[in-house]
Design a protein around this ligand. Sequence first.
Ligand code: ADP
Length: 292
Amino acid sequence: MADHHTDDNDGGDHEGSLPDERALRTAIGRLRVKPGSDLVLAKRATDGDFGMSKEQALARLTETRARIDVLQQRLYAESRRSVLLVVQAMDAAGKDGTIRNVLTGLNPAGIRVSSFKAPGGPEAQHDYLWRVHQQCPSRGDIAVFNRSHYEDVLVVRVKQFVPEAVWRRRYAHIRHFEQLLGDEGTTVVKVFLHVSKDEQARRFQERLDDPEKRWKFRAGDLDDRALWPEFQSAYQDAINETSTDDAPWYVVPADSNSRRNMAVGEILRATLERLDPQIPEPEAGLDGVKVV
Ligand code: ADP
């Protein structure tokens, strides 16, 4: 499924074959934020193309999805472990488009996407991880979070919904929570879709100008845009504080939809490949059984 955006102009000459598997893996590996590496978000590219044209990125994602499908079926059959993919981003960076494009065609029975809005009702009456824990994947499943518990150290910090002492101690809660998930069989992987401020302006304008897309625009989006530096700082700190070996953050260039989707597909695929889920041994005594 294509994401119809005009930002995917090819900057360079990408004629010829896809970058080899190893080069791509290395390029994707560089997006990972190593624990203790002191990420400076402003130094991370928003416009990386991984040496691929838009068409090449689409072709690669198609292949990757087929592989994810196989691995997801094995994960489901094995039914011992699970994967949680957390997707965070500034508005219009493409959370929805990424999730749609990466997961299209997978077996819906094994996938759950949860979106987290401002907490209301019982959510607001509990600790901030309560609603999140309930949406974590069952054994054998892949869960995707469209926004997540990270909002509680991002928007909540920037908009000063709670005092600093409250959001600051949450980094430790989150590290421990994700460690608990990992220890109990859920592999956590987190992507920050890194869009430039200019590209966000272009996409907002496109939403405003296109009657089919205007519904996506909220006046509040401009308030958040005005707080761009504060949000970038909050993201930078949150990522630095919570990127661990077992629950790493990846900063994914998001100015190009096709390369962004491709990169997130690679990250999910690599996570599943590392898990190497195994289909269970069949029952004994099935050899030679004929169904009549
Ligand atoms: P999206 O932008 O994800 O497509 P919405 O436009 O409905 O969806 O925005 C959801 C809003 O909910 C965002 O502004 C986000 O910051 C807010 N939100 C999510 N979680 C929290 C939270 N824990 N506390 C406050 N606001 C939150």
